[in-house]
Write a protein that binds this ligand. Structure first.
Ligand code: ADP
Length: 182
């Protein structure tokens, strides 16, 4: 399995599944969640409605826990080859990083990878979950991604390529330096 760090806008990234760094109620109020909702339908409120309906069907509750994921159709994103959006929720850090945050992030990443495998997709793209509004240190988020992808590669059946998509040049540089890819 391949793990690649790229600098792109995830709403236009040609992976079969893209992951949303959602909140537990799938409200898509800001950050990458808002960007995905807007790009997928043009109407953020409509995508929130679709997401909440999918959550009730797939989880049977009005919120998700770390590790639980909800799948929604890609809608307008299909033109980039995206088939599914997988919503997952990472930890809130507010600048604090510890084993508990790491475990929650690990679950959030692994849940999305497992769902992608179940859906039979070959490629999946992640944003830097929890490294924006949720305030987790990007370096730790990036390291956790690498570890979880390595762990998952042993059991992956369909997923062949995992992308970590950074939006800004700064974030991309930090990620690449953290993983010693330069
Ligand atoms: P969280 O609340 O989990 O921290 P955010 O949406 O605030 O989620 O941010 C997660 C990461 O996604 C941040 O690093 C942010 O810069 C990045 N991001 C925001 N928009 C995009 C986008 N269009 N494509 C890729 N990454 C994005």
């Amino acid at each position: 399995m391949e793990f690649e760090v790229v600098r792109r806008d995830i709403t236009r990234f040609p992976a079969e599944a893209i992951v949303n760094a959602a909140n537990k109620y799938l409200e898509h109020g800001g950050g990458v969640a808002y960007a995905i909702a807007k790009a997928a339908t043009g109407d953020v409120r409509e995508y929130i409605r679709i997401s909440k309906e999918a959550m009730r069907e797939q989880i049977g509750r009005d919120h998700i826990e770390h590790g639980e994921v909800v799948v929604t159709p890609a809608m307008r994103l299909e033109k980039y080859g995206i088939k599914y959006v997988i919503h997952t929720v990472g930890p809130y850090c507010g600048g604090v990083w510890d084993e508990d945050k790491k475990e929650k992030l690990r679950k959030a990443i692994l849940g999305a990878l497992k769902k992608a495998d179940e859906l039979g997709v070959k490629s999946i793209a992640f944003p830097a979950i929890s490294a924006g509004i949720y305030g987790c240190p990007l370096e730790e988020v990036v390291k956790t991604f690498k570890e979880v992808v390595e762990e998952f590669s042993k059991e992956a059946k369909s997923v062949e390529r995992v992308y970590l998509v950074l939006y800004s040049e700064d974030a991309y540089r930090t990620a690449v330096e953290t993983l010693g890819l330069l």
